[in-house]
Design a protein around this ligand. Sequence first.
Ligand SMILES: [Zn+2]
Length: 586
Amino acid sequence: MKVNQSKTIGRREFLKISGLTTVGILSGFARIEASTPTADLVLVNGKIITVDPADSIARAVAIKTGRILAVGENEMISKYIGRDSKVMDLRGKTVTPGLIDSHAHLPFFGLRENGWFLKLQGVEPKDQVLEMLAQRARKTPKGEWISAWGVESMSLSYLNKDDLDRVTTQHPMLVVHTGGQWGFANSYALKIAGIDKNTANPAGSKVQKSSVDSEPTGLLIHYPALDLVRRHMPVPDHEQAKDALLFATQLYAAEGVTTVHDNFFRLGSPHFDKAYFELAQSGKMPVMIKLWPYMANSKVASNVSHVLFESKASHPESKIKELIRYNRENPELFSSLWGGFKMAVDGGGPPGHWYRNPGVFLHSTDELQKMFKLFHRTGHQVSIHAVGDKAVDLILDAIEAGLKEFPRKDHRHRIEHALSPQTNSLKRMKRLGVLVSTHPQWLYAWGDKWTGLKRRENYFGVIPLRSYLKSGIPLALGADPPAFPAYQPQLALSEAVTRVTRGGYRFDPAESLSIQEALRLQTMGSAYAGFQENEMGSIEKGKLANMVVWSRDLYTIPPAEIRDVKAELTLLKGKIVYKSNSSSLS
Ligand SMILES: [Zn+2]
């Protein structure tokens, strides 16, 4: 990946290659030049998929001070070319708005990609996973932690402390499921955390004990249980946190993504809030960010709400002091980064809370309603994780109760995932104005495990995109790395159309979308889910010049090939933030 300035062409050269009548254009030029603004950058001779309300296709776009000045045909746009304008000949390449990922966890994603965590995704046989852990142990000094991310098995008995003790008794080790909500610790780690047969389950979670001797098995379900171990693990320092974040955003920019919603990070730990704000202030990040920090329980929620938004001057909750400072010193930056609050009620895999299969529910329904109301009442957007169908309904109960007490229009509260909700739940989502942030790419990687979630009575099946749209529910698309192995949005676009699993099974073809619909969700849909639809999501006059030049035409190639399309050039606010080495643009 390299970031540089593309070679550009002058006005005269552009007029020549675009085949326009030089005399006519130049005389027209001269006539309007005085009153017509001059573009900084003009893209010409492209297939510009605007994703405007009519899904118009244009040929050229003019950009000034980071915003779109005009979109249209070459001739019309040529009037914005002045002496200092840079003109880029796209030679027929396809351009779309910059893609928007509505659900990612950039700190953890960056740490997975840079090797802080040992990445296990893509390797499912247990002996291979154990061998990878053993290799890591051989390279790790005794006594240091081994931290692995990405068990893809859905079995809670996939590993236990004995398996991990056979790998090493010299290193404390935590091996986390792909979703990040449950995992396995070895005996060394359990000892450091003080977890033994007398350890009670922290609220909303479970420390599994053996039925034979009541000793912990190593399985820890949900954040409060995992945190018993995690609080003893090393965390990145400030520079490492910034590096991980920057790396994650660079990876995204190289795939044509220009905005990412970080839908879970922990305030104050390990310094990622500070890293985010510093990087945003420095202008170094190649994507725009929206933040939904995670609220673990009603106490944290109440503290954060009071301190950050209700001007309570002093509070012992020092973990968020950096945010308080940024909110006071730079309210504009703060509000541009602030998305809302993230909550969670269940987990992925077996801890998902289903009617037919109750999992581990993080909060009492009372606490859930209390936390939701706190943020809803104060005008914030709330985004809540729910995988299971019952978890979805409990969230809808909380939203309904909150709206009854404090009616509010256009709140755009979001449910993240909603893997296979009941048919009736979709009706309630529509009635309550709730959005769903979903992930078609999950069908590819995990669809073969979901045969029990096929369309049946009272259910549309899994990730029911067409039914959501028919029901009038706004959708946003996000990849959810590192919970999901891949982050490339091309896979989401491809899967929204094909719905083919890795094993070749076509999952509920009736729920397929067209590529036009899928692209709209990954741009305007995700923008809407962050209250950003007036700023981005389409190539229209006045919006930010966030756009991507692609290696192939997304609208005309076979949908199965969309996953392999490459971003050649990514523009953020009119600046080139990524250019591929293989790009033929010059
Ligand atoms: Zn997630």
